[in-house]
Design a binder for this molecule. Structure first.
Ligand code: GDP
Ligand code: MG
Length: 264
């Protein structure tokens, strides 16, 4: 693919960047920052919001699920709680996703990237039929990458870090798409500790040993499994608030797409 900022005129299909991550990890803030960054590079992205429950969007969305489904009304109409309302809203939207695909196709030659923000709670998207339908529709038509956003400042405990990585790993296996781990909030804490844990199994084991909580053999075995996951993982430290790490972010996106296209 062409590098970021190569200009707004491009004949290559746009790259879909699907932003996933735990609630509060910074998905929406990252999409906002990526959007601003691409605008400043003269390469405005096509931006899609799939979170029906977000109150205020800090970026202008080209397609906003809230324009099509009113999540509060869905809750009332179907007698659902907040979670059910969000899942049902996404389901209703997914049934019309062919129209969204047509809109993206029309933007083929003007946008180099399609940025997709997803609902706050990750499982709404990753463990629902509609999330799968949307992901597969995008990935079957456009080069696509999954960006898993991690709250680095909340992953400083080795157990929490490992749980987060196991979740990321499960999403990689579920989507089978090129995958980038964005360690966010590096303005609060540098991500080097996490990179070290991923590169050096002994250092991670030492960190585990220092945990006062009971650490089982299972935990140790799982961290061995993760070693395999890490070996092929693309990692980038970013701060969605400050906008740091974004050039490297887009380099990783291009690399991930190129490697994937060579393989398949
Ligand atoms: P989402 O639920 O994943 O969409 O997360 P949001 O983008 O709504 O962010 C959740 C909270 O984290 C908000 O208070 C953001 O201001 C904050 N946040 C997001 N990115 C960063 C970052 O890079 N650094 C810091 N310090 N805070 C961030
Ligand atoms: Mg959000």
């Amino acid at each position: 693919g062409a590098p970021a900022g190569a200009g707004s005129e491009s004949s290559a299909p746009p790259v879909c960047v699907l932003v996933l991550g735990m609630a509060g990890s910074g998905k929406t803030t990252l999409v906002q920052r990526l959007t601003a960054h691409l605008h400043s590079q003269n390469s405005p992205p096509y931006v899609i919001n799939l979170d029906p429950a977000v109150r205020e969007l800090p970026f202008p969305a080209n397609i906003d699920i809230r324009d099509t489904v009113k999540y509060k009304e869905v809750m009332k109409q179907y007698g659902l709680g907040p979670n059910g309302g969000i899942v049902t809203s996404l389901n209703l939207f997914a049934t019309r996703f062919d129209q969204v695909m047509k809109f993206i196709e029309k933007r083929q030659n003007t946008s180099q990237y399609v940025l997709i923000d997803t609902p706050g709670q990750i499982e709404v998207f990753t463990w629902s039929a509609s999330g799968t339908i949307i992901t597969e529709a995008l990935a079957s038509t456009f080069p696509s990458v999954v960006v898993y956003v991690m709250d680095t400042s909340r992953s400083t405990s080795p157990i929490t870090f490992m749980s987060n990585m196991l979740y990321a790993c499960s999403i990689l296996y579920k989507t089978k798409l090129p995958f980038i781990l964005a360690m966010n909030k590096t303005d609060i804490i540098d991500h080097s500790f996490a990179v070290e844990w991923m590169q050096d199994f002994e250092i991670f084991q030492d960190a585990l040993n220092q945990e006062t909580t009971y650490v089982s053999n299972l935990t140790r075995s799982m961290s061995l499994v993760l070693d395999e996951f890490y070996s092929s993982l693309k990692v980038v430290g970013v701060s969605a608030v400050l906008g740091t790490g974004l050039d490297e972010f887009f380099v990783k996106v291009s690399e991930a797409v190129d490697e994937y296209e060579r393989e398949y």
